[in-house]
Write a protein that binds this ligand. Structure first.
Ligand code: GLA
Length: 361
């Protein structure tokens, strides 16, 4: 990383930090309804390095995208990837210390655009780096909250707080049970003998931003019609009968998904955990309508494997990745068999977690 920064800017960085992507095991589209989520960090990380450049402009180089951008805080960059970094710089500037023009280098092996939170990893790594460089008094929760604001205010996605909390606070060996209303959280071990497998469906998430914001508005509408602050406050499914059909189904997904998260952390068995994942997928497909035929196929192929306890789409949906809970010793064989069958059916998938390529230092 230091070498990469030096290659771009000809000097060593003054600060560097990293943050992981995440995969969500259960609790999809619940965070912006004040509900429960259960993500786990992945080993892939985004690394950010910085140095004061003494000039008038910020310089940003994103290694994997092979893009270099120059901007000032008054003149935001037009490039979408740079808006995440720009948002973090603007928000860090509100924390007291002015942010001086910097040379910034970003390197990442977090898969992009598949639902593994490459944007949260970029935001959290950027803010961690700024915390170090400018000695900002921010704890890890405050970092996650600023990162979420960067995404909403500067990248235009009205996301919840799950991804940024996961990137800032989760580890790779235990899942993070998070109450997104109180931010109370605890780490939860995966069921004995099980491990996480993530496969990319190869389907681009074309409707993700518009479909996501639309789902969020529908949940807000449903909460308003029910006279509650958020769907988290509805404790009886029967209350949903008062809603028009579409809103009733959206809200039913949210309520049942919250119950599934809470059931999963108490169930203790991989089989029961897996059944909850299967049910989550059905709910995302039928009630929330964020799946696609390709995701459904990949999930079905995963679920048909004896060594798979359960599988579902993960992240916002509309394409991207699927997650499965799998017998630890069968990961490799399951991935190979499912990807083979998926290819025969015309799909083009790949294994994302565990990563096939060993991480660079
Ligand atoms: C995206 C958002 C999260 C969450 C998920 C769906 O990843 O950034 O806040 O809403 O979608 O669960």
């Amino acid at each position: 990383m230091t070498g990469d920064f030096e290659a771009s800017y000809g000097a060593a960085p003054q600060a560097s930090a990293q943050a992981p992507g995440r995969v969500n095991l259960l609790g999809e589209h619940t965070d912006y309804n004040d509900g429960y989520v259960l993500p786990i960090a992945i080993t892939q990380q985004t690394r950010v390095a910085m140095r004061r450049n003494g000039g008038s402009h910020f310089a940003l180089h994103a290694q994997e995208l092979d893009q270099a951008v120059r901007f000032t805080l008054e003149q935001p960059p037009a490039e979408h990837f740079a808006s995440y970094v720009y948002g973090c710089l603007k928000l860090a500037g509100e924390q007291g210390a002015p942010v001086p023009p910097l040379d910034i280098h970003v390197a990442s092996d977090v898969p992009m655009g598949v639902g593994l939170s490459s944007s949260a990893a970029l935001e959290v790594a950027t803010l961690r780096c700024l915390r170090q460089l400018l000695d900002l008094q921010l704890d890890d929760v405050a970092i996650a909250q600023l990162a979420q604001r960067a995404e909403i205010e500067f990248a235009g996605v009205r996301c919840g707080i799950m991804d940024q909390m996961a990137s800032s606070l989760a580890g790779t060996d235990k899942a993070l049970l998070l109450d997104t209303r109180s931010l109370e959280r605890r780490l939860v071990a995966l069921p004995e003998g099980s491990a996480v497998l993530v496969l990319d469906s190869g389907i681009a998430r074309s409707l993700a931003a518009s479909g996501y914001n639309e789902r969020r508005s529908q949940c807000e509408q449903a909460a308003q019609l029910l006279g509650v602050k958020s769907l988290r406050d509805v404790d009886d499914l029967r209350r949903l009968d008062a809603l028009p059909d579409l809103l009733r189904r959206r809200a039913r997904h949210v309520l049942t998904e919250n119950s599934r998260v809470l059931a999963a952390v108490d169930c203790g068995s991989a089989q029961d955990f897996g059944l909850l994942m299967d049910a989550s997928h059905a709910s995302l497909r039928d009630d929330y309508e964020v799946s696609t035929p390709g995701l459904d196929l990949l999930v079905e192929l995963l679920q048909a494997q004896d060594a798979v306890f359960g599988a579902r789409l993960t992240g916002a949906g509309f394409g991207g990745a699927c997650v499965a809970l799998c017998q630890t010793d069968a990961l490799r064989d399951v991935a190979a068999a499912v990807l083979h069958e998926y290819r025969q059916a015309g799909g083009e998938g790949r294994q994302l977690v565990p990563p096939l390529v060993a991480l660079g230092g």
